[in-house]
Design a binder for this molecule. Structure first.
Ligand SMILES: NC(=O)c1ccc[n+]([C@@H]2O[C@H](COP(=O)([O-])OP(=O)(O)OC[C@H]3O[C@@H](n4cnc5c(N)ncnc54)[C@H](O)[C@@H]3O)[C@@H](O)[C@H]2O)c1
Length: 322
């Protein structure tokens, strides 16, 4: 069904964009990646991802900044759909650099949407975040919750991105699925994120800084499940009527921080040394996805338990197997 179809994937050099691009190429799509190798973390990690994607036929890269309107307009020309994953990610650093996050995530998203409109392209999948629920939404998080109290600039920029998407559906008849991704992990996970950081520290025999008493909880979602959700969203945006749906993609299971650390230690065969530090500002205490809507709308059915996912992650970390 997807042969000869072209998907533009923004953030293709990144963690999720790289997995998503590879999956689409395997499904028979042509993929045009857009990325500016933003220096949030080591460029060589992104270059490796692009090198591997470039070995597959039907992949091309546009090295450009989201905020460059003419470049975005030519990047999306002739495409069937855009999967918008490029962003400055990370909750905590956004408290230090709110202007940068706003520029990339809000201005960048507006520029991309406008480029799509000018190019006559109206189908888009947007990578939003569970962080939009903040700390006051009751669990499990449901898409109908107001999500009006984000507690970090990053979360606010993601909510702004969703609202901009809604405008393009109302004003310009787009069809958009905004996917609220819940803490994503897997091979090539961003080095700043907990699972990657803890695995590195344990492999170096260093202590782990545990925020709070270990009782904070996250709905960790394996990247293979996120890719399943994106595939479902691509089918959904392929229909005709203009529509906007916000959909949670999580595992619908919360994992305590102390259990996560213990699990990584057990998988690596080491006993973690733990140093306790206070919870940093911007971090929510608990995330937990209600995925009823994703199941109904996207046929989403997450498969990877945290125990299996951590085994896969550690295997990748130790042996480079992705
Ligand atoms: N990883 C998670 O747990 C998680 C959770 C919720 C939402 N998300 C969202 O998913 C998306 C992908 O996240 P990720 O973890 O793969 O992050 P990532 O940093 O690995 O990937 C983002 C990519 O976007 C690119 N980029 C940044 N600014 C750009 C710009 N101005 N122009 C062009 N490209 C630019 C970066 O170079 C990078 O390759 C992001 O939108 C993020 O907000 C991620």
């Amino acid at each position: 069904m997807s042969s000869n179809r072209l998907a533009v994937v923004t953030g293709a050099a990144g963690f999720i964009g790289g997995h998503c691009s590879r999956a689409l190429l395997e499904d028979g799509w042509a993929v045009r990646g857009v990325d500016n190798f933003e220096p949030f973390y080591d460029r060589s990690i992104k270059e490796t991802t692009i090198r591997e994607l470039s070995r597959l036929s039907r992949f091309s890269l546009v090295e450009a900044d989201l905020r460059d309107g003419p470049a975005m307009q030519s990047a999306v020309a002739g495409a069937d759909v855009v999967i918008h994953l490029a962003a400055r990610a990370g909750v905590r650093p956004s408290l230090e650099q709110p202007e940068l996050y706003t520029s990339i995530n809000v201005l960048g998203t507006a520029t991309l949407l406008e480029a799509c409109r000018r190019a006559g392209l109206r189908r888009l999948v947007f990578g939003s975040s569970s962080s939009v629920y903040g700390d006051s939404t009751p669990v499990p998080f449901h898409e109908d919750a107001p999500a009006t109290d984000p507690i970090s600039p990053y979360a606010a920029t993601k909510r702004a991105g969703e609202l901009l998407c809604g405008v393009y559906v109302q004003a310009h008849r787009f069809r958009i699925a905004a996917l609220r991704l819940f803490t994503v992990y897997g091979p090539r996970q961003r080095p700043d994120l907990a699972i990657h950081r803890f695995t590195k520290l344990l492999s170096e025999g260093q202590p782990i800084e545990q925020y709070g008493d270990g009782s904070s909880e996250r709905d960790y979602t394996h990247v293979d499940d996120i890719v399943r959700g994106i595939r479902g969203a691509l089918d959904w945006v392929a229909s005709d009527p203009p529509a906007f749906e916000i959909v949670n993609l999580g595992e619908a299971r919360t994992v305590r921080l102390d259990y996560l650390i213990e699990l990584i230690g057990k998988t690596m065969g080491v006993t973690p040394q733990i140093r306790t530090t206070p919870m940093p500002p911007g971090d929510v205490r608990r995330t937990f996805a209600d995925i009823t809507k994703a199941r109904r709308l996207l046929g989403y059915d997450p498969q990877v338990s945290i125990e299996e996912g951590i085994q896969k992650f550690v295997r990748w970390y130790q042996g480079g197997i992705s």
